[in-house]
Design a protein around this ligand. Structure first.
Ligand code: NAD
Length: 263
């Protein structure tokens, strides 16, 4: 299937590693102009060079903290100036800390709102008017299966990602007539550094080894294993493509069947 992504301009936020990086790699393979950001310049530059080299194209990068609206605006403006438009934007960020309710300070709450909810708003505010002008756009928010089924120990994520799903669905309604789709992708347990943190936490809480914690996690998944980041990135790439033109306002899990609900 030709995804029709060649030459499209794709921003992927928080993409120095993990799920963001995997999405950026797929876009580069499909022939997109790719622009990535994350906080630490050194890691990001290495990632951009590796993706660029593997795909014989330059990957644009800037060190941006996605909790800073001015920095997000400057990044999007720079990408727009360089490539002349923004077609695709994947909003992503690091996960909020895994803490129990009584251990979460108000400062933790405010920081998590900035990171997990508002970072999506900052990107949406910048990219949607630009997509509207071209009557074409794909906005993809990355959340978690926690929007379908809360995950034990991830209270901040469980609470704030539901807000992102509400944001994405409402934006899909508001911008659908502009040739823009907005969809929300929910990774399940996927092998990245973030998952390692969760594994360590579960191992510590249960007094078991890391290997046993991974086995226990895998056992919850009908697929019987954890996901590779590329399996998540494949859906993101498809939803960003020309072929997904009538898929709008959905929240889709890439979780090997982990979520037990019907929808
Ligand atoms: P990761 O920790 O491997 O990578 C996170 C990326 O975000 C890194 O590039 C990091 O530099 C960047 N980042 C963090 N804070 C940032 C900030 N303030 N500004 C800019 N960049 C920032 O995580 P991941 O596994 O790739 O997960 C991505 C998102 O998906 C997270 O929110 C995570 O909680 C969520 N998620 C992951 C899984 C999983 O199993 N991996 C499952 C469900 C949800």
């Amino acid at each position: 299937m030709d995804l029709g992504l060649k030459g499209r301009v794709a921003i992927v936020a928080a993409a120095s590693k993990g799920l963001g990086r995997a999405a950026a790699e797929e876009f580069a393979k499909e022939g997109c102009e790719v622009a990535i950001c994350a906080r630490t310049a050194a890691n990001l530059e290495r990632t951009a060079n590796e993706i660029g080299k593997a795909n014989n194209r330059a990957v644009f990068w800037r060190a941006v903290d996605v909790t800073k609206p001015e920095a997000v605006r400057a990044f999007v403006e720079e990408v727009d100036k360089k490539y002349g438009r923004i077609d695709i934007c994947v909003t992503n960020a690091g996960g909020p800390p895994a803490k129990k309710f009584l251990d979460i300070s108000l400062e933790d709450w405010r920081a998590a709102v900035e990171l997990t909810l508002l970072s999506n708003v900052y990107f949406a505010r910048e990219v949607l008017p630009r997509m509207q002008r071209n009557h074409w756009g794909r906005l993809l928010t990355i959340t978690s299966v926690s929007v379908k089924q809360p995950i034990d120990g991830l209270l901040l994520s469980n609470t704030l990602r539901a807000g992102v799903a509400g944001l994405a669905k409402t934006l899909a309604n508001e911008f659908g007539a502009d040739g823009i789709t907005v969809n929300n992708v929910c990774p399940g347990f996927t092998l990245t550094d973030r998952l390692e943190e969760l594994v360590e936490l579960r191992a510590k809480d249960a007094g078991i080894s890391r290997e046993q914690a991974i086995k226990n996690m895998s056992a919850q998944v009908p697929a019987g294993r954890l996901a590779q980041p590329e399996e998540f990135a494949a859906l993101v790439t498809f939803l960003a493509s020309e072929r997904a033109s009538y898929i709008n306002g959905t929240t889709i899990a890439v979780d090997g069947g982990l979520v037990k609900g019907l929808l």
